[in-house]
Design a protein around this ligand. Structure first.
Ligand code: HEC
Ligand code: HEC
Ligand code: HEC
Ligand code: HEC
Ligand code: HEC
Ligand code: HEC
Length: 266
């Protein structure tokens, strides 16, 4: 009987998942645009195409923490309200895309010089393009073929890529990041799935802190005062709350049940 109930809840959840991904949000599931964000607060009003931002290009080079904390990018599409002016003053994208900052020995291309017109030489269209850049797709496959494979999302196992030293994301930019002492890292813990025969979730504070720091999760996503103080369900997670804020948009998606539900059931 319990087993039947469990299977029923599983089916509802799986439906919720496909609905969330095909119905409401129209999330595309192509490896190269998983984690893509279209920024369209100001560009179209100024007569330019919206801006396409890819997480895969950037997360292979920088930590989540660097952008979402030090550079103050919100974790919601279009919530930061970045303008060309901000960028020209060196904020947000302009902290790197300023024509002088370097990465891997190369100068990073500059952004939003509004005295110029979009043309072949001004690089405007590298950002101001509606997500159809064929070069980007080719670049993605050239990059991902050397990375450990995964089944969903970017189809790259980012965790392994980092463990194997294939990527070493930068966590600090001189003049932008602060030198504040790191917080003591909290212990890893198990979350009880609350359903018999559904494996419990092993959550690694340690690993998540390396990627995210503390403040990307606390207090916005998890109040985190005390384990168990916030209760959340798989349905809410499918609605992109809690773990789902990252694990349905940028980190490995929710189809990979067993990567979270790993602890054997007692
Ligand atoms: C180079 C900077 C940069 C890095 C590195 C980065 N992000 Fe982002 N992220 C952004 C920007 C820009 C946005 C869009 C913000 C906006 O539109 O206001 C965003 C948006 C998001 C969103 C919302 C996406 C959506 O579709 O709902 C999530 C979740 C997120 N980031 C998580 C992460 C995680 C997890 C990592 C690390 C694995 C990461 N980010 C690394 C810049 C970055
Ligand atoms: C922490 C530094 C950093 C920040 C912040 C950053 N970028 Fe980048 N970005 C890079 C680097 C490095 C590259 C690779 C440079 C190259 O390809 O010449 C890059 C490449 C790109 C590319 C070309 C590759 C692709 O993904 O199609 C685009 C487009 C882009 N960035 C857009 C943005 C936008 C839009 C923002 C702000 C919302 C932003 N970047 C913020 C460092 C950054
Ligand atoms: C690294 C990526 C990047 C590049 C390259 C870039 N832009 Fe932008 N630009 C942005 C982002 C992000 C926004 C804000 C997008 C939005 O929300 O509509 C923006 C917005 C704008 C706006 C809207 C008006 C405003 O006040 O915000 C103008 C105009 C603009 N850019 C001009 C240019 C021109 C001209 C070029 C080429 C010389 C250029 N940009 C190159 C990222 C870029
Ligand atoms: C990926 C998200 C994430 C990151 C990053 C993160 N935490 Fe947490 N933290 C959680 C979750 C989930 C809980 C469980 C409580 C809850 O459900 O609200 C929690 C709980 C806590 C608790 C209560 C622990 C207990 O046993 O009751 C403290 C204290 C805490 N976190 C501190 C930190 C600190 C300090 C950092 C950085 C070193 C950090 N967290 C980074 C997600 C995160
Ligand atoms: C990113 C991690 C993650 C992934 C991936 C994930 N879960 Fe969960 N799951 C959780 C967390 C966290 C809880 C809540 C635990 C608690 O109550 O503290 C949960 C709870 C549950 C529960 C208990 C009932 C409920 O609604 O809360 C079921 C059943 C469940 N998940 C099924 C699934 C299935 C089926 C999949 C794959 C389609 C899946 N989960 C993928 C993290 C995850
Ligand atoms: C702020 C963004 C964010 C939130 C919130 C978040 N994660 Fe993650 N998580 C990541 C990133 C980034 C990775 C690295 C792997 C990847 O990107 O696919 C990761 C990896 C993992 C892994 C594999 C590594 C490990 O710990 O063994 C598990 C399991 C996991 N997350 C579970 C959870 C659970 C459960 C929650 C909610 C309690 C949660 N995550 C909330 C960003 C997040």
């Amino acid at each position: 009987m319990k087993k039947i109930l469990f299977l029923a809840s599983l089916m509802i959840l799986t439906c919720a998942l496909s609905f969330a991904q095909d119905g409401v949000k129209k999330k595309r599931q192509r490896a190269y645009d998983y984690g893509q964000v279209i920024l369209s607060n100001f560009s179209e009003k100024a007569g330019l195409p919206p801006v396409t931002f890819n997480h895969w290009t950037h997360r292979s080079k920088y930590t989540c923490r660097l952008c979402h904390l030090d550079l103050a990018f919100e974790m919601r599409p279009n919530a930061t309200e970045i303008s060309a002016d901000d960028i020209q003053q060196g904020f947000y994208c302009g902290a790197c895309h300023n024509g002088t900052s370097r990465h891997d020995g190369q100068t990073i291309f500059a952004a939003c010089d509004t005295t110029q017109k979009p043309s072949k030489t001004t690089n405007c269209e590298r950002c101001h393009q509606p997500g159809k850049d064929p070069q980007m797709k080719a670049n993605f496959y050239a990059f991902s073929k050397n990375m450990p494979a995964d089944r969903f999302g970017n189809k790259i196992n980012w965790e392994l890529a980092e463990e194997q030293g294939l990527i070493t994301p930068i966590d600090f930019i001189e003049g932008v990041s602060s030198h504040s002492a790191p917080m003591p890292v909290q212990k890893d813990f198990a979350l009880n799935a609350g359903v018999e025969s559904m494996p419990n979730i092993l959550f690694s504070h340690q690993k998540h802190t390396v990627w995210n720091g503390c403040q990307t999760c606390h207090p916005d996503i998890f109040v985190g005062v005390k384990k168990g103080a916030t209760t959340y369900s798989m349905i809410e997670i499918f609605e992109q709350k809690y773990c789902g804020a990252c694990h349905s948009t940028v980190a490995f998606p929710l189809q990979e049940c067993q990567r979270c539900h790993t602890e054997p059931v007692q």
